[in-house]
Design a protein around this ligand. Sequence first.
Ligand code: GRF
Length: 203
Amino acid sequence: NRIAVLISGNGSNLQALIDASQSGEIPGEIVAVISDKADAYGLQRAKDAGIATQVIAAEPGESRAQYDQRLGAELIRLNLDLVVLAGFMRILSGPLVERFAGRMFNIHPSLLPKYTGLNTHQRALDAGDSEHGCSVHFVTAELDGGPVILQAKVPIFPGDEADDLAQRVHQQEHRIYPLVVKWFCDGRLSMVDGEARMDGQAL
Ligand code: GRF
């Protein structure tokens, strides 16, 4: 399996995927790491692991459609089985998402369908929730709205601040993302009629 990971920042999820791929836990190779930000620390992680990196940054005045076309052309050229969004802070438009339907994942730091978008940890605290978590889902044209494959929950303790929660959620992200990618590479996951399936069964 040929995998590309798209990032914009720190890349701790990328690191978890690199580790799982290099240890053989994921039967797939990360053939490229692409960032829209030149200063993303995740690029260094990729280089340290001997993985090819690319920066595809938005150009001044470029429309979303134009950017997505450039990115999409590169993804197609890489001849990928799977595209993994790991802290990639851009919204991808319909044609690109459809080109990779069933072969593109995102990880989101909330228990979807709760708290799509940004600032999820603070929003969970403000709502007085007693639990929070993260979700891996297939990417569709709806922001953070594609069918969920796997979630992990964490407790919210009295006195928690957003950073405490972010840390607790990250630990779970690093556990579930490699697992889902492994399932995909083992041929167990699909998206049929907008529904996530594992071994042919609806999730
Ligand atoms: C994670 O919290 C992920 O859920 C969100 O962006 C963050 C990326 O963190 N989509 P990292 O760059 O993998 O450390």
